[in-house]
Design a protein around this ligand. Structure first.
Ligand code: DXP
Ligand SMILES: NCC(=O)COP(=O)(O)O
Length: 262
């Protein structure tokens, strides 16, 4: 059943700008507050192993000061597992991470790393954390997520965002097929990476998707319009896809931690 699509705002790149000078400004927690005021349903932050943007202190403060559910993106390492278990965020999204990469270049090889990932999924789940796997939109990866017992997958939309024309249409179809397969198997499908005002609507129209996580573009656009305006515009574009999702009205399934509209 289709629902109003949730928007998770990734505030990593507020921290990138802050870290360029080493001081406290701009504060990613203040950005999370602005995103919440603009209607975000959740906050996403990727605590990279090299701490190039979000820091441990940011995670402490996001947990303490923000009412929205936190989706902690993390590599499958002992260090990150310990941090997740100490904080118990609403969700933990396991992502692949390479020290040299500029950004997350592809999805997690959930099928190929099945045995290595299994203990991470089970430790996180045992702690009551909703586990998500950031994967490519393929049957092989959805099948691995199912066998791993992950309740959520997030499809990497980076390729969709970077190709054009027929290639983009084919990639959109791949995401739609993978979302349908995940939903059919009881896995909640999310999507994100590289989404912008120009490319979000067809992704938002995929009826099985429950959440989009968007960051880099929103933070970049905030330079010109302010973060609240940029989040509100993204929300409005996502809502434009509601008729295609078979939804004309308000959310039937509220975001976690929110009260259902009567
Ligand atoms: C996994 C993912 O897509 C996000 O973490 C996003 O890429 C922002 O972080 P980076 O730019 O550091 O990859
Ligand atoms: N998981 C994707 C995410 O959180 C945001 O990616 P981007 O919009 O910063 O590319």
């Amino acid at each position: 059943m289709s629902t109003r699509l949730r928007l998770g705002v990734n505030i990593d790149h507020v921290a990138t700008i802050r870290n360029a000078r080493g001081g406290p400004h701009p504060d990613p927690v203040r950005a999370a507050q602005a995103a919440a005021a603009a209607g975000a349903d959740g906050i996403t932050a990727h605590l990279r192993e090299d701490r190039r943007h979000i820091t441990d202190g940011d995670i402490d403060r996001l947990m303490a000061e923000i009412d929205l559910p936190l989706n902690l993106e993390m590599a499958a390492t002992e260090e990150m597992l310990a941090i997740a278990l100490a904080h118990k965020p609403h969700a933990a999204c396991i992502v692949p991470e390479k020290r040299e990469e500029r950004t997350t270049e592809g999805g997690l090889e959930a099928a190929g790393q099945f045995d290595a990932l299994r203990p991470y999924v089970s430790h996180l789940a045992d702690a009551g954390i909703r586990v998500s796997l950031f994967i490519e939109p393929s049957e092989r990866q959805v099948d691995a997520a199912l066998r791993l017992g992950a309740p959520v997958v997030e499809f990497h939309t980076g390729r969709f965002a970077h190709v054009e024309g027929e290639e983009q249409a084919a990639e959109l179809k791949r995401i739609a097929n993978a979302a349908a397969l995940a939903a059919k198997n009881g896995i909640e499908p999310h999507a994100g990476h590289g989404l912008t005002f120009d490319n979000v609507v067809p992704v938002a129209a995929i009826p099985q998707l429950a959440e989009l996580n968007i960051g880099h573009f929103l933070v970049g656009e905030a330079i010109f319009t302010g973060l609240e305006a940029s989040v509100r515009r993204m929300r409005a574009l996502m809502d434009e896809a509601m008729p295609e999702r078979g939804l004309l009205g308000a959310s039937r399934h509220p975001a976690p931690g929110r009260t259902a509209p009567s």
